[in-house]
Ligand binder design. Structure first.
Ligand SMILES: Nc1ncnc2c1ncn2[C@@H]1O[C@H](COP(=O)(O)OP(=O)(O)OP(=O)(O)O)[C@@H](O)[C@H]1O
Length: 259
């Protein structure tokens, strides 16, 4: 039997007396868009940091396509096909959209030293394909410094895709975006996940985005998974409602969408 793309078992991490992540287990298949939600301090970032090798767990395991990542550095985990996008975008402002993606493609190929030679030209077509995939083909020659924030996030997704990830970790991909851009951004991510058979795990505070696009949702609270399941099941889960209502948040928009 083929192992899941991502298999997390009994993952735990404590900082002094704070149990940031406690006994977390879940799996993710190729093509799936899994949302990890939870209030501030629930343990989402700590989980992500353990998944890409930035921090090592106290106990538990992470397997990528069956391969245990224990003891691997972030770069080694990246080589297994785990990409990550961050809340704060990291592109080169003076370079154009196309050049940023070409650079990522060259870096993936290990050919960075040939950046200004013909190798960069080799990557032109592929860079344009990736830009089109995220809806940035209209801005190929624009310097990144001129881009609106939403477009920078799309570009960041293209840069992450240049590394041909099997699993993409997206840390609040829509943070700082206008509501319409948020939904559009995740629609693009969902289409890419399905078409390219990439597994995407994302954290998100905007419940409209989560309920509209996630195939499944896991809910963390104080380091533990308190619920996991389909968007409909999570919306009706009493423990989830209690956690979020405690924060003054409601699922009203999501209820309207799915009613
Ligand atoms: N390096 C650290 N040292 C000490 N405590 C930490 C460290 N990193 C995280 N924590 C604590 O672990 C808990 C989980 O934090 P984490 O950042 O993983 O939550 P989060 O769900 O990502 O929150 P947010 O939504 O605010 O980003 C919090 O109580 C936090 O204060």
């Amino acid at each position: 039997m083929t192992p899941p793309l991502l298999q997390v078992e009994h993952l735990s991490k404590a900082y002094g007396g704070v149990h940031a992540v406690r006994d977390v287990s879940f799996s993710l298949e190729a093509g799936e868009l899994l949302a990890m939600i939870g209030p501030n301090g629930a343990g989402k970032s700590t989980c992500f940091n353990m998944l890409n090798g930035q921090i090592w767990p106290d106990s538990g395991s992470v397997r990528i396509a069956g391969r245990d990542t224990a003891g691997l550095t972030p770069r080694e985990v990246w080589r297994l096909g785990v990409g990550r996008t961050f809340q704060i975008t990291a592109t080169f402002p003076s370079m154009t959209v196309r050049e940023n993606v070409q650079l990522a493609l060259l870096s993936h190929e290990g050919r960075l030293w040939r950046l200004f030679g013909y190798a960069a030209a080799d990557m032109r077509g592929e860079a344009e394909r990736l830009c089109a995939l995220v809806g940035m083909d209209r801005a190929l020659d624009r310097p990144c410094a001129e881009l609106a924030y939403g477009d920078l996030k799309r570009l960041e997704l293209a840069v992450a895709l240049a590394n041909a990830p099997k699993l993409l970790l997206m840390d609040e991909p829509t943070a700082g975006m206008a509501p319409a851009d948020r939904v559009a951004m995740m629609r693009v991510a969902a289409e890419i996940a399905a078409e390219q058979r990439i597994g995407i795990l994302f954290t998100e505070h905007d419940m409209d985005v989560v309920f509209e696009h996630a195939s499944r949702i896991i809910v963390l609270d104080r380091g533990r998974i308190i619920a996991a399941g389909s968007p409909a099941a999570i919306r009706d889960d009493p423990a989830v409602k209690a956690t979020y209502l405690g924060e003054g948040l409601t699922f009203s928009a999501a209820e309207a969408t799915h009613a």
